[in-house]
Design a protein around this ligand. Structure first.
Ligand SMILES: CC(C)(COP(=O)(O)OP(=O)(O)OC[C@H]1O[C@@H](n2cnc3c(N)ncnc32)[C@H](O)[C@@H]1OP(=O)(O)O)[C@@H](O)C(=O)NCCC(=O)NCCS
Length: 201
């Protein structure tokens, strides 16, 4: 039973770990070869689970630096943001741990968004996908992305979207993502680089 023994996940995990059980892995048969799932990831030392506060000391932020700039994040900063996500709901940060070393070796986030459109539907975004460089090429990238994608389906989202660099298009295409004709652009306005507007004296 493992994690299911716990009567509550509050304070233990960012989201209920039972949501990762019995996802529709049969619907993606063929995408992962050999076929692995988040509950049977192929090795006894691989654990796919929701983010925990303790992951601050398990290298979670260090692997994110392989994706982008993380900055100096103290434990207090990390805890505040984790609690913001937990309170807000809709944040499904999922990790892969190597239980031999107690290190986080992969991560992906599903962020869900309430909409008025699509009959007050729920839409999903895929964010912050990364696998530690010494573990790449072993299907762990596919495993973590497919896990959160199937989770989005379980949550009832009507679609899930992502932004990626051109060279990663084949990676996402291999696990079912499509460039929709006329609807595959991504635009950005960066506020962290915008010069401050002078206040007239
Ligand atoms: C992208 C990333 C998560 C893939 O992780 P991974 O564990 O190596 O991926 P997998 O082993 O599941 O690879 C699956 C397939 O994608 C391909 N692939 C993986 N990384 C790729 C890359 N950077 N460029 C092109 N193809 C890639 C693999 O060749 C493999 O193809 P195959 O199944 O035909 O052999 C990993 O390279 C990474 O963390 N990169 C740095 C962060 C990043 O760019 N994240 C994505 C942000 S959108």
């Amino acid at each position: 039973m493992g994690i299911l023994k716990k009567m509550t996940y509050e304070g233990e995990y960012l989201f209920d770990p039972r949501l990762l059980n019995n996802l529709e892995w049969d619907s993606v048969r063929g995408w992962l070869n050999p076929h692995i799932t988040c509950t049977e990831p192929g090795e006894s030392w691989l654990l796919v689970r929701p983010l925990q506060l303790a992951d601050y000391n398990k290298g979670f932020l260090e692997i994110l630096t392989q994706l982008t700039a993380v900055g100096n994040v103290s434990y207090a900063d990390f805890e505040r943001q984790y609690r913001n996500m937990h309170k807000s709901g809709g944040y499904y940060v999922t990790v892969i741990e190597d239980t031999r070393s107690n290190k986080i070796i992969g991560a992906a986030s599903l962020i869900s968004e309430f909409k008025f459109i699509h009959g007050c539907g729920l839409r999903a975004r895929l964010e912050d996908v990364v696998v530690n460089n010494t573990y790449r090429g072993k299907q762990l990238g596919k495993l973590i992305v497919v896990t959160v994608t199937l989770l989005a389906r379980r949550l009832g989202c009507y679609k899930m979207t992502l932004d990626c660099k051109d060279h990663l298009i084949p990676f996402y295409k291999a696990i079912g993502y499509k460039l929709e004709p006329g609807n595959a652009n991504s635009m950005t306005m960066r506020f962290d680089e915008t010069p401050k507007i002078e206040t007239p004296s």
